[in-house]
Design a protein around this ligand. Structure first.
Ligand code: NAD
Length: 369
């Protein structure tokens, strides 16, 4: 297959981790007989320095003309970097918001998987972490409370603030379809999270999700109230496969889910629109504190590249080969420093960012060869 991928290395550790993801993708291409045409574009602080704005219209066009975008991370130290003295619309993060909007990326996918080798980093009780978990939070990203009408005004001598939580049927339907499609590639179970005992928007959410479910007879569907879901995530995360939810609930639950994996350097993410196009990036930031030292963990970005192969290009075997390489490297005891608890260094082989990329690439195998 010929793939067109625009890369946004970004700031901080971004260029280092994207280089390692590309190293792994190149090995996938040589093993499985594919070709990727890359184009690099600037976004974030590096774009501000070069062009005066965090994202140029040409960069947006370069993203739109690709099949997918693979991103590192953007931004600098928010207390000391001169980028944060600029007005908000010119700061690094404004570039990412503009890109998400221009590409209509309404579906955010964040897997949370506990690697058996990393279960010591999981903050849950051993009896819970022992069971492991492998879930994916499907969060609606462009509607709901964060995008509804808002106001703050004085009424009868006191200030009143209003935020509006609005969802159209069509917005719920398209994210529900994404969730069921993804469930078909996983363990075929969707838990839809809402607050239908209180909110009208949640009652409409439930109705539309039920309608979409009829087209997916193989996928099981359960509804769960958001407060219960927050508890179940720490009580028994192994019960979740795909968690489908609206914007604000997803914001909170996806952070909770990533926290219980205990290792932010391992978590990929994808943002999709209603075509096969996607923006793939690690869940962590640009880690300016460790930039340029070759100690960043590239695995979240490498796993984001695996998501790109799976969701944009439908190359499931190739994506599996990357995920398997990550498992092997951990099993063999290789770790970047962020994955090792203080005092346990001698139990592992500590490696830098670039070496970790080499180890992963070496372990990409096409079983047919
Ligand atoms: P961060 O995720 O960059 O870093 C938090 C801590 O985790 C730091 O100690 C860092 O060294 C460590 N860390 C993060 N990723 C790591 C990796 N791959 N390997 C090893 N250690 C890693 O969060 P922050 O410090 O709050 O933010 C730094 C900058 O990143 C800010 O400008 C913020 O706005 C930006 N940011 C960008 C994105 C994005 O581009 N989507 C997301 C979050 C934060």
């Amino acid at each position: 297959m010929k793939m067109k991928v625009t890369c946004i290395p970004g700031d901080g550790i971004g260029p280092e981790i994207v280089a390692e993801a590309r190293k792994v993708l190149d090995k996938v291409c040589s093993e499985f007989g594919h070709e990727i045409e890359y184009k690099d574009v600037l976004m974030g602080g590096c774009s501000i320095d070069a062009t005066g704005v965090p994202l140029t219209d040409e960069a947006i066009e370069d993203c739109k003309s690709a099949d997918a975008v693979l991103m590192g991370s953007i931004g600098g130290n928010t207390s000391t970097s001169p980028w944060y003295k600029l007005e908000p619309s010119l700061r690094p993060e404004a570039g990412l918001l503009k890109l998400r909007k221009s590409l209509n990326l309404f579906a955010n996918l964040r897997p949370a998987y506990l690697y058996p080798e990393l279960k010591d980093a999981c903050p849950l009780k051993e009896s819970t972490s022992e069971k492991g978990f492998d879930m994916l939070i499907m969060r609606e990203l462009t509607g709901g409370l964060y995008f509804g009408k808002r106001s703050t005004e004085e009424r009868n001598g006191e200030m009143v603030a209003v935020d509006t939580l609005e969802y159209k049927e069509s917005e719920i339907r398209r994210i529900a379809i994404k969730a069921f499609d993804v469930a078909m590639k996983r363990r075929k179970s969707v838990i839809s999270v809402d607050k239908a005992n209180v909110l009208d928007s949640s009652r409409l959410w439930r109705k539309v999700v039920e309608e979409v479910k009829k087209d997916y007879p193989e996928v099981s569907l359960e509804h769960m109230l958001v407060d219960n879901c927050a508890m179940q995530l720490v009580k028994d995360p192994s019960q979740f496969d795909v968690v489908l939810t609206e914007n604000m609930f997803g914001d909170i639950l996806s952070d909770e889910a990533s926290m219980i994996t205990g290792s932010i350097g391992m978590l990929p993410s994808a943002s999709l629109n209603d075509t096969k196009f996607g923006l793939y990036e690690p869940s962590h930031g640009s880690a300016p504190d460790i930039a340029g030292q070759d100690i960043a963990n590239p695995i979240a970005t490498v796993l984001s590249a695996a998501m790109m192969l799976r969701y944009t290009f439908d190359l499931d075997k190739e994506a599996d080969s990357i995920e398997e390489a990550v498992r092997k490297v951990l099993e063999e005891g290789y770790r970047t420093t962020d994955l090792v608890l203080k005092g346990q260094e001698k139990d592992f082989t500590l490696v830098g960012c670039s070496r970790m990329g080499d180890l992963l690439a070496e372990r990409i195998i096409n079983c047919k060869n």
